[in-house]
Design a protein around this ligand. Structure first.
Ligand SMILES: [Zn+2]
Length: 86
């Protein structure tokens, strides 16, 4: 697996559940915004939190690692995800 700068995500596996991760979208669903180091992500499969590092690799983080504003954003995204599934 190689890094594709057009995608901005180094292909790998979710550090929470092992799901293959090879793409990311912004909170608005855009694939045009490339993630940068320090951005966080939510696994589509398990909803685990991750943070992008240099080169598009992901590391496992926990909710407590987020800023209060990012915690609010995560809560909103998870709430919307649950509403979509119900
Ligand atoms: Zn996962």
């Amino acid at each position: 697996m190689t890094f594709d700068p057009r995608v901005g995500v180094f292909p790998g596996h979710c550090p929470h559940c092992g799901e293959v991760i090879n793409a990311a979208t912004s909170e608005t669903g855009s694939t045009l915004i490339r993630p940068k180091a320090g951005d966080f992500s939510i696994c589509y499969a398990c909803l685990g939190l991750m943070e992008f590092m240099d080169g598009g690799r992901l590391r496992k983080i926990e909710r407590k690692d987020l800023s209060p504003a990012d915690r609010e954003l995560v809560d909103r995204v998870l709430r919307e995800r649950r509403e979509m599934q119900s």
